[in-house]
Write a protein that binds this ligand. Structure first.
Ligand SMILES: [Zn+2]
Length: 560
């Protein structure tokens, strides 16, 4: 994953998906066509970008007429990506060159002679098979009575040329070549209708491949990438904080817990209404009707979820300008962002910081205080603490939510603690050391209060605090920890509980004791309880795991 801003501000104008059509039947595009800008970008490599749109001095009227074709609409396929920020590739430059040459009524020989190159060399350039140096492009532009900026304009010269370029690129992709299907030459004899159809098929194929690509391994890699990014920014999203702060100001929030009334006001401020219903589709937590601006929430008694949080998360998609996710990574990113958004409203930065700074000054930081001051769950408070701790309190931290069998469901660290990890760098589904606070807490007689412990690990000594959380989905522990050097700020540091973890050394806790293993060798055959949410391939679809028919039927029923 690239380092995009959480708000996708710099993703540019290419929001091709219409959020009002969550079916995803809106436009998709070939990833190869979108990303193809690599080797051809001499311009970018030189550190300058002479791509100046609309700068056309002294252009022949025929050339002008030819350029007027750019961007003409078409009923079947959407226009190509004409993002002005992207560098043009040799194929686009070549097609543009040929287009301008033909529009000027000049032959290959004439233009090649004027530029002192062979006609075959020019032909190779026009076909995108050879890269021309910037100086040669200047000469060619002059020979055509055009200028360099016209040649380097990213947009294809015409609808037809755009389709030809897209087909050519699609056929050059590794994915297509792996199919061993003969390529079609997108030359003048290929009818535009056939060209449209082929390009449409290539786009559909790319979309299907992207959907299929969300295998468990892909999902795990996406998770690992996202965690990397969060670690780099100390789990803090400044843009979301400021959006949340503005919303709170707009709704006249003046401190303390965010009540349901404040959430209703907030929704109203955004032009939305919150409605509770008993018939939400199984596969969803909330459904938002963007046409009538209604957020449907489950009945408050239906689960342990805080409906404030659910409502805020649903509104988060709207406030943060989310598009229909293009792939699993983007889906995950959006999940992280709406969670953050909800938390930044439930525990507003300003008030929480005042509380935490006072606590730090008194060397008495406790997650419970944050939980109680804002009437949220321990998990929400713990997670929110990690958002603010590094940025504002200069504390590196780690956070974990694990099941009673020790399997990681959520985790974050920037304090050097070594989570168990698989070969892809994923930690979800891994089992944490038996001797870590997060697991030891399950063995404590009193599950009602926080448990603290020092743990010596291979990467240093950590102090952690954990609580047990009972949910309809099972029993979990939520824990937060800091390195030994920072324990002086934390309440509960006087504990005498201590433990030693030698993981990932298998002799620590993952292998059974030798005598026990010896006694049962060959005589034990357990049947695994499959963690389907972790192991199953992500179901295809725009919103992974969501039954789209259920959602649409639901909306029909409620809008009727
Ligand atoms: Zn261990």
């Amino acid at each position: 994953m690239t380092e995009t801003s959480p708000l996708k501000a710099e993703k540019g104008p290419s929001s091709k998906r219409d959020p009002h059509h969550p079916s995803g039947l809106a436009v998709t595009e070939m990833p190869s066509a979108q990303r193809f800008s690599g080797r051809g970008s001499q311009v970018a490599a030189g550190g300058q970008r002479p791509v100046v749109k609309g700068q056309s001095s002294g252009v022949d009227s025929r050339v002008k007429a030819a350029k007027a074709e750019v961007g003409d609409g078409h009923p079947h396929l959407a226009p190509l990506d004409t993002d002005a920020g992207a560098a043009p590739d040799p194929l686009t430059i070549g097609r543009r060159l040929r287009h301008i040459r033909r529009a000027a009524g000049l032959t290959l020989d004439q233009v090649a002679a004027a530029a002192s190159i062979s006609a075959s060399a020019l032909s190779l350039i026009e076909n995108g098979k050879r890269e021309a140096k910037l100086s040669l492009l200047s000469t060619l532009a002059a020979a055509l009575d055009s200028n360099l900026s016209d040649l380097l304009t990213v947009a294809a010269p015409s609808r037809r040329a755009a389709l030809e370029i897209e087909l050519e690129k699609a056929q050059r992709s590794v994915a297509f070549q792996a199919l061993d299907i003969p390529a079609v030459r997108p030359g003048p004899r290929l009818q535009t209708e056939a060209l449209e159809s082929l390009v449409g098929l290539h786009r559909a194929m790319a979309r299907i491949q992207a959907e299929r690509a969300a295998t468990p391994e892909q999902a795990r890699r996406a998770n690992a990438d996202l965690r990397d990014r969060m670690r780099r920014q100390g789990n803090y999203f400044g843009e979301i904080e400021s959006v949340a702060a503005d919303l709170l100001t707009a709704t006249k929030y003046d401190g303390g817990p965010i009540t349901r009334t404040v959430v209703d006001r907030l929704a109203a401020h955004l032009g939305f209404r919150l409605a509770h219903t008993t018939d939400l589709p199984e596969s969803t937590r909330t459904v938002t009707d963007l046409a009538h601006r209604i957020v449907y929430l489950p009945q408050p008694d239906a689960g342990q979820h805080d409906s404030r949080s659910l409502a805020l998360q649903a509104l988060g998609h709207v406030v943060l300008g989310h598009r229909v996710p293009e792939d699993y990574s983007e889906f995950l990113e959006q999940r992280v962002e709406i969670n953050y958004f909800a938390a930044s409203l439930l525990i507003p930065e300003r008030g929480a910081l005042a509380l935490l700074k006072r606590a730090k000054a008194a060397k008495d930081i406790a997650i419970e205080d944050l939980r109680d001051a804002y009437a949220v769950s321990y998990e929400t408070a713990a997670h929110r603490f990690t958002n603010l701790a590094t940025r504002h309190l200069d504390l590196p931290v780690h956070f974990m939510r694990i099941s009673s069998s020790g399997v990681i469901y959520k985790a974050y660290e920037n304090d050097g603690v070594h989570f168990p990890m698989d070969a892809t760098g994923a930690i979800e589904g891994q089992r944490v050391c038996r001797y870590w606070t997060a697991r030891v807490v399950f063995d404590r007689p009193d599950l009602s209060s926080a448990y603290q412990q020092y743990t010596d690990t291979k990467s240093g000594t950590y102090w952690c605090t954990a609580v047990v959380d009972r949910t309809p989905a099972g029993v979990f522990s939520v824990s937060v920890g800091v390195p030994y050097a920072d324990v002086k700020w934390m309440r509960g540091r006087e504990t005498s509980e201590r433990s030693k973890s030698r993981c990932p050394d298998p002799a620590c806790c993952s292998l059974p004791p030798a005598d026990l293993a010896g006694r049962w060798e060959g005589s034990a055959w357990p049947s695994a309880r499959v963690h389907s949410h972790l192991l199953a391939a992500m179901p295809p679809g725009v919103f992974p795991g969501v039954d789209q028919t259920d959602v649409l039927t639901f909306l029909e029923r409620h809008s009727g």
